[in-house]
Write a protein that binds this ligand. Structure first.
Ligand SMILES: Nc1ncnc2c1ncn2[C@@H]1O[C@H](COP(=O)(O)OP(=O)(O)O)[C@@H](O)[C@H]1O
Ligand SMILES: N[C@@H](CCOP(=O)(O)O)C(=O)O
Length: 422
């Protein structure tokens, strides 16, 4: 039986009460720890009783850490509805835009990434013959045949829809620098997948199963670019053993990103090739601590803590030594000029610094209080000194991921009115 709006509001209210009681329990726990007495058995017992009590008095409320089960329940509740909506009208033409992404953010190798406000766009339409036209970044270099990653994504979408792949004309406007560590390959895959689903009129289940993420991450092999490309913001991605799953991490407000993008390309496959397949325990421990520090600094918007949070021992030292001589000089220069943190973007060669204003939101600052220009200048000077040519961009995180810009026939632009009016 579908829930009414007032049921849902009631659930939310109960949820808030429940969360508040959990908060009180957590507070109690902190108090005990703060007294230096540790968590004794009576406190543990009190927590368990509080949880049990909450479970019985609010049966509608699910306990935390049961994400998977909650999702499965929602999927089951909406199964009939979803099935009815999984096939829609096929479309002639579609335009999709997808953001650049910066993977790893230092220590989060293959697990964390951020969407950037820098977008590539593709338009795909049904045609009499296969054709790819590309303009912008890497236009001369990207394959113009079926090996193009946009086509790979498109094929996966039609396979998911169980429909034959039609003849299509692709127009790609590449604004994401190609093979520079800014996720151009993931953007191409995600763009092809979404465009394909729209053309095929196929809707993937989303609740819980994150089907689009499954397809994209399986093609790319790791989720740190595709998750933020799809969902925007900063995303954590892991494989549970059965499937890919992702979670959004808070983006501290007002941060700016200063990118030094070398003129030379660095293929991700080559930059992965220089990494040893064995990791020493001390390096693993180093990175575990840094990733925890990073996620905590982001979650609490504590930019001062980013400096340590973006440090890495798993891939940057190796890549810096083998292929990117500019990496550590640029990191040191950006930090000395006031960056909150600086690291290799993805598999490089781009180096990205995070900056903020002197205090609070950067957009409320005077130019003289901001450090992004100072950091950019320091990076340019240092790149010159080490003899690496390139360009500097200043941008910000993108809170939204891939978007369908337009389609023919168009999707309705009307406001959707819920049918449960009273
Ligand atoms: N816009 C694009 N269209 C098609 N293929 C692309 C596009 N951009 C990148 N690729 C493919 O992805 C590869 C480069 O990606 P990669 O080495 O992972 O660098 P990046 O850091 O830019 O993702 C190239 O070999 C190219 O074949
Ligand atoms: N975790 C990957 C990220 C690759 O990102 P890209 O933007 O360079 O494709 C890695 O470090 O190899």
């Amino acid at each position: 039986m579908p829930k009414s709006m007032s049921d849902r509001a009631g659930d939310m209210l109960l949820g808030a009460t429940f969360a508040a009681s959990l908060g009180a329990v957590a507070f109690l726990l902190k108090l005990r720890k703060g007294n230096g007495k540790g968590t004794d058995e009576s406190v543990k017992k009190a927590i368990l009783e509080a949880l049990d009590e909450a479970r019985h008095s609010h049966p509608n409320i699910k306990l935390p850490h049961q994400h998977e089960r909650k999702m499965q329940e929602r999927m089951r509740l909406h199964a009939v509805e979803d099935d009815l909506h999984s096939e829609g009208p096929e479309r002639r033409k579609v335009t999709v835009r997808v953001p650049a992404t910066s993977a790893n953010l230092g220590p989060g190798y293959d697990t964390i990434g951020m969407a950037l406000d820098m977008w590539s766009e593709i338009t795909v339409e049904r045609a009499d013959r296969f054709e790819i036209v590309a303009e912008g970044e890497g236009a001369d270099d990207v394959p113009k045949d079926e090996s193009n990653l946009v086509v790979t994504g498109m094929k996966a979408a039609f396979a998911a829809a169980k429909k034959p792949m039609p003849l299509l004309k692709y127009h790609c406007i590449n604004r994401i620098p190609y093979a520079r560590g800014l996720g151009s390959s993931s953007a191409a895959i995600v763009a092809g997948l979404i465009a394909g689903l729209v053309l095929a009129g196929h809707q993937l289940p989303c609740w819980g199963s994150e089907e689009l993420l499954q397809l994209a991450a399986c093609i790319e092999g790791h989720p740190d670019n595709v998750a933020p490309a799809i969902y925007g913001g900063i995303q954590l991605g892991i494989h549970t053993g059965e499937r890919w799953t992702s979670e959004r991490v808070n983006t501290p407000p007002g941060i700016q990103l200063v990118l030094f993008i070398p003129d030379f390309i660095g293929k991700t496959s080559d930059a992965r090739g220089v990494l040893d397949s064995n990791v020493e325990r001390k390096d693993a421990v180093y990175n575990i601590g840094r990733v925890a520090w990073l996620v905590n600094a982001l979650s609490t918007s504590n930019l001062d803590n980013l400096r340590f949070g973006v440090e890495d021992a798993l891939h940057q030292p190796q890549r810096g030594k083998a292929v990117y001589k500019h990496l550590y000089p640029l990191i040191e220069a950006a930090n000395a000029a006031g960056a909150n943190g600086c690291f290799l973007s993805g598999a490089g060669p781009t180096v990205m610094a995070i900056t903020s204003g002197a205090s609070g939101d950067i957009f409320a600052q005077r130019l003289s209080e901001r450090v992004d220009w100072t950091v950019a200048e320091a990076m340019v000077r240092t790149a010159e000194a080490v003899g690496v040519k390139g360009q500097v961009y200043i941008t910000s995180p993108a809170e939204h991921g891939a978007q369908v810009v337009s389609a023919e026939p168009a999707f309705s632009s009307k406001v959707v009115r819920f049918k449960g009016d009273v």
